[in-house]
Design a protein around this ligand. Structure first.
Ligand code: ACO
Length: 328
């Protein structure tokens, strides 16, 4: 029988400290009004000095494993998507998380796809499970994005927040993942990036740079086109979707795509106001929000979409095959 990859659980972890729009007013030429009007963001979470991306990832992972009703030892692959890894190029954050989980000998690696990381990981996890190569894949989007931000640059630092979201993908009898589409276009590599002038020996401080306005224009078109492509390919209509869970970068981008596709407010999951843009963690955190609010229950059909640095993008159509939150 053909193996079917299913999303068995979802969980998230946010650091304790919040940074509100008002907090920025004390050290930056900005205002609560500007940030809220242009982005829909009210606050974001910021990790402490001693917390690393792997710590956030680990805490989300523990919950995701418990919610999938499996043992930590059942995990045979860990993938982490992040643009703010613990180490510069090695070891991967996934390896650090594996060590924190007490897993020796498990396959573990990171991927780099910026804010689209979760969709890319889901595609990888699905292939691994459906090919029979792995049984239980732990995928984690995790960011201490505050560590790559310049807090004197008002055009970027107000947009992002720290956090992690994790998910277990396993072979099971559920309805499973229907389809995933990912893409990229390196022509836009310098519009949203953490630059390294040239590969000289001296490393400069890493700093996220973004030409927000230009990113915005490409993002809205690419996202709506990609989602429409995936729905058409699978002969589905927007009315078939229970929950539309987009990357939480900017409320204006989400609203544009929602309107273009004719999705109702009841179908859309929006939490950018609470978390800001948490890059690779944004989609699993948003899925978890819907889950803990009781909106995402077993058998619900989700449409996920993401867009990020690269540019990279991706959409996924998937059922949720985990245990309902109230039954945990
Ligand atoms: N407070 C006050 N004013 C500001 C701020 C701020 N925090 N930031 C910028 N401004 C000013 C600018 O300096 C500019 O002033 P000027 O007209 O005097 O030059 C003015 O506001 C307008 O700036 P724009 O960049 O045109 O503002 P825009 O409406 O485009 O909003 C934003 C900026 C929020 C960044 C928006 O473009 C956006 O959300 N872009 C997309 C972000 C995104 O989707 N990223 C992809 C994923 S992230 C990832 O992959 C890591």
């Amino acid at each position: 029988m053909k193996l079917k990859a299913c999303i068995k659980s979802i969980a998230s972890y946010l650091p304790e400290k919040t940074l509100t729009n008002k907090d920025f007013e004390s050290f930056l030429d900005t205002s609560d009004e500007w940030i809220l009007k242009r982005t829909g963001i009210k606050q974001r979470y910021i990790a402490s000095e001693t917390e690393n991306t792997s710590d956030l990832a680990y805490k989300a992972a523990i919950k995701a494993i418990q919610r999938a009703k499996i043992q930590t030892n059942d995990i045979d692959l860990i993938i982490v998507a992040t643009l703010s890894p613990d180490y510069f190029t090695m070891p991967s954050t996934a390896v650090v998380v594996a060590n924190k989980l007490g897993l020796k000998g498990v396959s573990a690696f990171d991927i780099s796809a910026a804010c689209s990381g979760f969709i890319y990981m889901l595609e990888l996890a699905r292939s691994m499970v459906e090919s029979g190569a792995k049984k239980n894949v732990l995928i984690i989007g995790a960011e201490k994005i505050s560590s790559v931000l310049d807090y004197t640059d008002r055009t970027t630092c107000v947009l992002f927040g720290d956090g992690a979201g994790a998910c277990v993908v396993s072979a099971s009898e559920g309805k499973g993942i229907i389809d995933i589409h990912t893409g990229s276009d390196g022509e836009f590599k310098d519009l949203l990036c953490t630059k390294r002038s040239n590969q000289t020996k001296q490393l400069e401080p890493i700093k996220l740079e973004m030409k927000g306005n230009e990113v915005f224009k490409v993002a809205v078109k690419t996202l709506s086109d990609d989602v429409s492509y995936l729905l058409d390919k699978n002969k589905l209509k927007t009315s078939d979707i229970d929950l539309f869970i987009p990357h939480q970068a900017n409320l204006r981008i989400i609203s544009y795509v929602q309107e273009k596709l004719g999705l109702s407010d009841e179908q859309c999951v929006v939490c950018v106001d609470k978390f800001g843009n948490t890059s690779a963690a944004s989609i699993p955190i948003a899925i978890n929000e819907a889950y803990e609010q009781g909106r995402l229950t077993n058998g619900k059909l989700m449409l996920l979409d993401a867009f990020g640095g690269g540019f990279t993008w991706g959409s996924a159509l998937t059922y949720f095959d985990g245990i309902d939150y109230k039954n945990l």
